[in-house]
Design a protein around this ligand. Structure first.
Ligand code: ADP
Ligand code: MG
Length: 316
């Protein structure tokens, strides 16, 4: 980027660091970090027109770009530590950058994550965040499930996808429930505490970014089994049910993405440990089905076969 590249970086992104493990942060050719245990690394890109409308408030984009990455660490049962930010901007708009940084840092502070570097280029609006977390002896993967394990989800599903449908509506034109759905899309809460609590308790986990059935399908692929989902147990929020008819709400919950809840599995013998781990971090979860022999994810409603209206999002 031409004029102002370093001004933007040092004015808006280079903040005092109080993590002693950051040996060298922003300002050199690379960051130097000191770590014990294992590094758990994830990266996600958000592209204007693909992942968000360019009308998105910049502070929400800053929040979201970090949140989707923290959600990946949550699904691994890792502790967020550091992140880098690659920002591609059509122009050097200081107001925009300042709002973006405010949203991003507010979320980072909640989880003690430190920005340690990045990149700034001119081009169509896109944001890439890379996170580094740490894990000790136990972490979560998609591949640890076994036939017979219970399948759970945290929180409620469908709100994020419903929020996308409302994202271009003006806030003052929306009722309180619709505004809450839109907010869930704009500023999702990564389930970091739940992921940490479930490490060593759950057998497999994934964050619900592409839709429950698609993401549970990834657990099944990696775990070498199938799953049965009892759709009447899939948790739906009061807000979702207030704004959309039940069939639409269920379609969002099963096939819409962007919830950033955790879908995880655990042996029935661990049911009490699951409950107490989640109670300790104030996260609700509901049992929605079971892993089975085979390889398909099938749905039932009240015990009868049920064909889901949509299964999830795929880029290609
Ligand atoms: P290089 O040319 O060596 O890649 P840059 O000029 O891209 O270095 O960046 C200079 C310093 O500023 C580096 O330490 C880099 O990590 C940091 N930096 C660049 N862009 C950002 C950003 N958007 N957020 C945080 N740090 C950034
Ligand atoms: Mg660079």
């Amino acid at each position: 980027m031409s004029v102002g590249e370093f001004d933007l970086i040092y004015r808006y992104f280079d903040r005092p660091v109080n993590d002693p493990d950051v040996v060298l942060g922003i300002g050199d050719d690379a960051a130097v970090l000191s770590l014990q245990g294992r590094a758990v690394v994830a990266v996600d890109t958000l592209v204007a027109g693909v992942h968000f409308h360019d009308t998105i408030p910049p502070d929400a984009l800053g929040h979201r770009a970090l949140a989707v990455n923290l959600s990946d660490l949550a699904a691994m049962g890792a502790t967020p530590r550091w992140y880098t930010l690659a920002l591609t901007l059509p122009k050097a708009d200081e107001q925009w950058v300042s709002e973006f940084a405010r949203g991003m840092f507010a979320l980072a502070e909640r989880y003690g994550a430190t920005l340690v570097g990045g990149d700034l280029t001119r081009g169509p609006l896109a944001v890439t965040v890379q996170v580094v977390g740490t894990a000790g002896e136990r972490w979560l993967t998609r591949g640890g499930g076994h036939a017979g394990d219970d399948v759970y989800v945290t929180g409620t599903l469908g709100d994020g996808a419903a929020g996308i449908a409302l994202v271009n509506e003006r806030a003052d034109a929306l009722g309180a429930e619709a505004a809450a759905l839109k907010e869930r899309f704009l500023r999702p809460t990564p389930r970091v505490e739940a992921g940490l609590a479930l490490a060593g308790v759950a057998s497999a986990a994934i964050d619900v970014s592409d839709g429950l059935l698609a993401d549970l399908g990834h657990i099944c692929e990696e775990s070498g089994c199938g799953a049965v989902v009892d759709v009447e147990h899939v948790p739906l929020s009061a807000e979702l049910l207030a704004v959309f008819p039940p069939q639409v709400a269920l379609a969002y919950a099963l096939g819409g993405g962007d919830d950033y809840e955790l879908c995880f599995t655990a042996s029935p013998a661990n049911a009490e440990r699951v409950e107490s781990a989640l109670a300790a971090c104030g996260t609700r979860a509901r049992r929605i089905g079971r892993l089975v022999e085979g390889r398909d994810v099938v749905c039932r409603r009240d015990g009868e076969p049920f064909e889901p209206p949509a299964r999830g999002y795929a880029h290609f």
